[in-house]
Design a protein around this ligand. Structure first.
Ligand code: NAD
Length: 378
């Protein structure tokens, strides 16, 4: 077994949503060891949390700048090798930039930055750094999403002609209707979240999934938002018509006010010979729609799956794996890249996905604000 990769964590404290997912994912395949962190903006909180999860406190730093400064003083074989950035969005860019400038590998939450301009600067910075950079579009790690990608690549459904991605949540519903509560959520503050809530937070996952599974790129889009209230500057719901390469057309539907919906991400890709459909809330089933044959259901771990899909399954068929395993698959791919081992480009989303994500988010806002017009992606 090679030595564990030394991992630093930024954000993701005990009060956070996503911290536990990354911590567990990093442990699942025995590749990483958390050696340093700034879990929270307050040092006492960070240290208390490190004690709670039994991580040595000697490399829990007061802030991000101190982490980089102190780690750079350590010999290279002790220093943090890769940092996971799990903070609110506005901190991703300054953290990622400094980490890359100092030669660290980075695992960054989405959206990668708050502006397209920052995303492009990061892209240039990465070229100079030459390190590994992953953006955690978590759902790409599911075995049946990987299978979908490979089946489309092999031509199983023929030429793709229609895509439909839906990401519906309802959790913002009670918040948006309460004027006081609206001011307490960082996702509704453009200074912390960026210019979009719904498309920036979840629409961007749907966008990435479409490009990931089809291997095609969105070329242009037309978007319509609902802000719900005049004093709310962040979209709560949006629908984007999209045009992709090769005359593929489709729709990305996202909502944070789809009352009662939990994490309903559904991707459907239709081709001349059949369709493939996958639902995040039942991730171990990939539906193949055939005409005129009966519906077929593909499941993880079976020999009939692709190597990329089977690589993301640890147990025999019938032992359901879920979101922790999906994120763990991304961490596994990153570990291989850091160690210079061979890996499949489908194992983790990269800087390019991050840049395209920001291009998408800004274009959805531009399209809506210009009066629901078609806008071109770069
Ligand atoms: N990949 C996914 O599916 C997915 C899901 C949820 C959230 N996210 C992303 O993860 C990121 C965090 O989201 P969340 O829901 O966990 O947010 P959160 O508000 O629940 O947690 C943010 C954490 O960052 C910490 N933090 C804030 N400022 C900090 C600083 N200056 N230094 C260090 N730590 C700091 C907070 O104390 C908290 O622990 C966001 O970018 C979000 O878009 C991704």
């Amino acid at each position: 077994m090679p030595k564990k990769i030394r991992l630093g964590i930024l954000g993701g404290g005990g009060d956070s949503l996503i911290g536990v997912l990354h911590r567990v994912a990093s442990f699942i395949n025995d590749n990483y060891e958390i050696v340093g962190a700034v879990f929270n903006p307050d040092l006492e909180d960070s240290i208390a949390f490190a004690k709670e999860i039994d991580i040595p406190t000697n490399r829990v730093y007061k802030d991000f700048d101190t982490l980089v400064e102190e780690e750079m003083k350590l010999p290279e074989d002790e220093r943090i090798q890769v940092c996971s950035i799990l903070t609110p969005n506005f901190l991703h860019y300054p953290m990622a930039k400094k980490l890359l400038d100092n030669g660290f590998h980075v695992i960054c939450e989405k959206p990668m930055t708050t502006t397209y301009e920052e995303a492009k600067i990061l892209q240039e910075t990465l070229k100079k750094a030459g390190t590994v950079f992953a953006v955690t579009h978590t759902y790409t790690g599911y075995p049946m999403v990987r299978q979908m990608r490979e089946m489309i690549k092999e031509g199983v459904i023929g030429k793709v002609h229609k895509v439909d991605a839906q990401y519906y949540q309802g959790w913002m519903n009670p918040i948006i209707h309460d004027k006081e509560k609206r001011g307490t959520v960082w996702r509704l503050d453009p200074k912390k979240a960026g210019i979009s809530s719904c498309m920036g937070d979840i629409g961007v996952h749907a966008f990435n999934m479409i490009e990931y599974t089809t291997g095609l790129q969105v070329q242009s889009l037309l978007c319509d938002f609902n802000y719900m209230y005049d004093d709310n500057v962040m979209d709560m719901d949006g629908t984007a018509l999209i045009r992709m390469d090769k005359n593929v057309k489709g729709v990305i539907r996202a909502s944070q006010v789809a009352t009662g919906e939990e994490n309903n991400l559904t991707i459907a890709i239709y081709g001349q010979k059949g369709g493939l459909k996958w639902e995040q809330e039942n991730p171990n089933y990939l539906y193949k729609l055939n005409d005129p044959e009966p519906l077929q259901v593909y499941k993880p771990g079976h020999e009939y799956n692709s190597d990329l899909s089977l690589d993301g399954t640890k147990l025999p068929p019938g032992h359901p794996e879920g979101i922790f395993d999906s994120m763990a698959n991304i961490y596994l791919g990153v570990a291989r890249a850091i160690r210079g081992e061979e890996y499949n480009s489908g194992e983790f989303p990269t800087m390019l996905d991050g840049v395209r994500g920001l291009n998408f988010i800004e274009n959805t806002v531009a399209s809506h604000k210009q009066g629901n017009v078609w806008v071109d992606m770069d």
